[in-house]
Design a protein around this ligand. Sequence first.
Ligand SMILES: O=C(CO)COP(=O)(O)O
Length: 120
Amino acid sequence: MEIAIIAHDGKKAEMVQFLNQNREILEHKNITLISTGTTGEKVSKAGLEVNALLSGPLGGDAQIAARVAEGHCHMVLFFRDPLDRHPHEPDILMLMRLCDVHNVPLATNPATAELLIKGL
Ligand SMILES: O=C(CO)COP(=O)(O)O
């Protein structure tokens, strides 16, 4: 099962903490993690295996959206920062829209992500 992880800058530390807390589940369920570029760097520095794509503003969200649309990505954990501006907002909206189009579970905050992960 492929899960995409994405975190805006103000939320990257929370993403690393979340993944560390759920490391056992991720390993037992044989999950492949993909991510946007900078999120992936932080997560792999914390010792987790992740396939990092492009950075979000350079098209990483769009790459993940394509994987959702093509049926390769089965869940998206996207810790968004609602208090910051993002030049690639259209890509972000596209990713969230395609999750809804293809009925792919999407968590936009740690509380929802916790419920999704526990439900695996
Ligand atoms: O901008 C992002 C999501 O919209 C995240 O991208 P990075 O992981 O490259 O910072």
